[in-house]
Write a protein that binds this ligand. Structure first.
Ligand code: NDP
Length: 339
């Protein structure tokens, strides 16, 4: 059983050498009487929040606990059930949910697993558009932002797993949508593939406030926040009265020892803006409703999805740390096995 283990807890930016590929020689079996499942992992998901699990913390100190140093990394994935002690699953079922960064895993927390019912779409989509990031875009945009046709929407990290969908949801509703991303290739994707009205490379903008004033001369109604830091500060100055901000993520802060300060919070008051954080885990009861909306949209070609796929567990550490340098173009997926 090949595995990617976290060697030790991390401070600052994670490195490939913080993780190690090893081979466990004992054959993995479902323990006698277990209510869990033994699975073969097919696709693994690299997600920004995984950085926080690499920091050593007391159990319960954060919304997710730290990984166990010396054990396989844990994350979302798509897998096939080989043996099941849980009556909800049987051999041959495909599932998505929390699994290990290894070829085979025993999953005991089966309550967090979803059975995959629709297989006429790429299975890897259950790490992205049809999995946790897709739900995040859906919940963050529709439940938190209270969007209306004709409103102006700004999305940061807009070409990523979550952002590319937020922009497309906003366009389907008839909003004016601008995205920011960190390379020309990503900006081109936003404009030409995902149908954003406009997009810019934030790394080439010396003055983010001026850039936002250029794209939103009348101000921003909705900001879908993925990055935090300087971008949030610039956005706050450019919000419209009664604007809304969904605080989805703050990736620019995840590897800093001290968070960067935000000077413009006063604008929340001046502009009477609603800014709300959310955790997708609290909204999984909406998963079926989400599928009803998004599956037909994929099949009818109304929504498209770009993935960045690497092959093999040995590629997983570089893929994960690449998220914090913006190396991924679209949803970062690792293929462990194709069957
Ligand atoms: P992405 O696929 O967007 O990958 C991360 C991207 O973030 C990179 O490609 C890079 O794009 C950008 N980035 C990295 N470092 C920085 C930086 N210092 N400043 C600005 N941008 C940076 O990730 P996801 O779509 O999966 O996640 C997007 C956000 O949503 C994250 O903040 C994540 O933590 C959050 N999230 C929150 C959830 C919730 O429940 N609240 C659930 C899921 C995700 P670029 O080249 O454009 O810089």
């Amino acid at each position: 059983n090949k595995q990617v283990i976290l060697k030790d807890y991390v401070t600052g930016f994670p490195k490939e050498s913080d993780m190690q590929l090893t081979t466990a020689t004992t054959k993995l079996k479902l323990p006698e009487g277990s209510k869990g499942v033994l699975v073969k992992n097919l696709y693994l998901s690299c997600d920004p929040y995984m950085r926080s699990r690499m920091t050593k913390r007391e159990p319960g100190a954060s919304y997710v606990d730290s990984f166990n140093a010396g054990s396989p990394i844990v994350g979302y994935g798509v897998a096939k059930v080989l043996e099941s002690g849980d009556p909800k699953f049987k051999k041959g079922d495909l599932i998505w949910g929390m699994t290990g960064w290894e070829e085979y895993s025993v999953i005991t927390a089966t309550e967090s697993l979803f059975k995959i019912q629709h297989t006429d779409v790429p299975l890897s989509y259950y790490t992205g558009i049809l999995g946790m990031p897709g739900m995040t875009a859906y919940v963050g945009f529709y439940e938190i932002c209270n969007p209306k046709k004709g409103e102006t929407v700004f999305v940061s990290a807009a070409s990523g797993a979550v952002g590319q969908l937020v922009g497309q949801f906003a366009k389907l509703l008839g909003c004016y949508v601008v995205g920011s991303a960190g390379s020309k290739e990503k900006v081109d994707l936003l404009k030409n593939k995902f149908g954003f009205d406009d997009a810019f490379n934030y790394k080439e903008e010396p003055d983010l406030d001026a850039a936002l004033k250029r794209y939103f001369p009348e101000g921003i109604d909705i900001y879908f926040e993925n990055v935090g830091g300087k971008m949030l500060d610039a956005v706050l100055q450019n919000m419209r009265v009664h604007g809304r901000i969904a605080v989805c993520g703050l990736i620019s802060q995840y590897n800093l020892d001290e968070p960067e300060g935000c000077r413009n919070l006063m604008y929340l008051i001046i502009k009477q803006v609603r800014m709300q954080g959310f955790l997708v885990f609290s909204y999984y009861h909406l998963y079926e409703k989400f599928l009803e909306m998004v599956l037909p949209a994929i099949k009818e070609g109304k929504i498209t999805y770009v993935e960045d796929v690497v092959e093999g567990l040995e590629s997983a550490p570089a893929a994960l740390i690449g998220l914090y340098a913006g190396r991924n173009v679209g949803k970062q997926v690792v293929v462990v096995s194709c069957e």
